[in-house]
Design a protein around this ligand. Structure first.
Ligand SMILES: Nc1nc2c(ncn2[C@@H]2O[C@H](COP(=O)(O)OP(=O)(O)OP(=O)(O)O)[C@@H](O)[C@H]2O)c(=O)[nH]1
Ligand SMILES: [Mg+2]
Length: 296
């Protein structure tokens, strides 16, 4: 048996969560076109013939502006201890910038196999992709290391994703499986439901409230009929932000509820009744106690 831990890292928005979902073949991490979507370390488990891969999705490494931001970076750093492979995602359709270079420096100091993933390969034409691969290959020399592998892929189009799994499986050490055979993630259903609500909130109001919301599940009731009733709170940081979530005549909140409910129904394979309340938790992103309470 071969088994081991593979961390996916990179700046916000490079496609880490989309990739873990594509590899695990189920939506275990929420995704958005806005930066700093992922806020927790999420494991995605792949079971193969004679191997088990534990993929680790991490919050995008960035320059923090809040206590939450610092804690997210710290969580990512902690997740990089004791891993077998690190995969750094660099998008094919963007320049390698200051943010990437900060992470490259960090990668150079790591004592594990290093794989560069050129993500979003579907966004560029072949010649541009080839140039990017060359650039990625050369850039490691600036920090005195070499990539063990460089692989271009598109998580959205599932291009080269099977090849990545095969490559990772080959590189795993001999070890016992870390998770039971039926596990696909370390996150429980309640956490995944809260995340699907947050994803709907990000879709609807990110521009007005980029990172201000926190979701708490108050109660889940499973009725005999199969209906699942979910009561949840969307926390904002200030009273004035409540109206943004609720919207004119409650329309915004209704739309958030409808989007989230559809995703949750898919997750639970059941009919769902979703009741969302908007509440205030003053400046929670900077409140150490609140952050502790919510597991950041
Ligand atoms: N065209 C294309 N878009 C992609 C691909 N992978 C991810 N994206 C898009 O890129 C955006 C960011 O994707 P995420 O997976 O949320 O990125 P992330 O790295 O997890 O971001 P954080 O959680 O904020 O660190 C989303 O709009 C995705 O749909 C891809 O292979 N091709
Ligand atoms: Mg993510």
């Amino acid at each position: 048996m071969k088994a081991g831990i593979v961390a996916l890292i990179g700046r916000p928005n490079v496609g880490k969560s989309t990739l873990i979902n594509a590899l695990v073949k189920e939506k275990i991490a929420i995704v958005s076109d806005k930066p700093q979507t992922t806020r927790h370390i999420i494991h995605g488990i792949i079971h193969g013939d004679g191997f088990q891969l534990v993929l680790v999705d991490t919050p995008g490494i960035h320059k923090p502006r809040t206590t939450l931001g610092s804690r997210l970076n710290a969580a990512t750093n902690a997740a990089l201890d004791d891993i077998d492979i690190v995969c750094l995602l660099l998008p094919a359709n963007e320049q390698i910038g200051v943010g990437d270079k900060m992470i490259l420096e960090q990668v150079s100091r790591m004592n594990c196999k290093k794989i560069a993933i050129v993500s979003k390969s579907d966004c560029v034409k072949k010649p541009v992709l080839l140039e990017k691969l060359q650039e990625v290959s050369e850039i490691a020399a600036g920090w005195n290391f070499e990539w063990d592998e460089i692989i271009p892929l598109s998580a959205r189009k599932n291009e080269n994703t099977n090849e990545l799994v095969a490559l990772l499986a080959r590189s795993m050490p001999e070890a016992l499986a870390l998770y039971p055979e039926d596990a696909i993630t370390n996150k429980d259903q309640q956490h995944r439901i809260a995340e699907l609500i947050r994803e709907a909130v990000i879709r609807q109001v990110f521009d007005e409230l980029p990172h201000s919301t926190l979701i708490d599940i108050d109660e889940i009731i499973r009725e005999g009929s199969g209906l699942v009733k979910i009561f949840a709170s969307i926390y904002v940081e200030r009273e004035s932000q409540k109206g943004i979530i609720v919207g004119k005549g409650g329309l915004q909140l209704k739309e958030i509820g409808t989007r989230a409910r559809k995703e949750i129904e898919r997750l639970l394979s059941a009919k769902v009744f979703l009741d969302l309340r908007v509440r205030v938790e003053s400046n929670w992103q900077s409140n150490e106690n609140t952050l502790d309470r919510y597991g950041f």
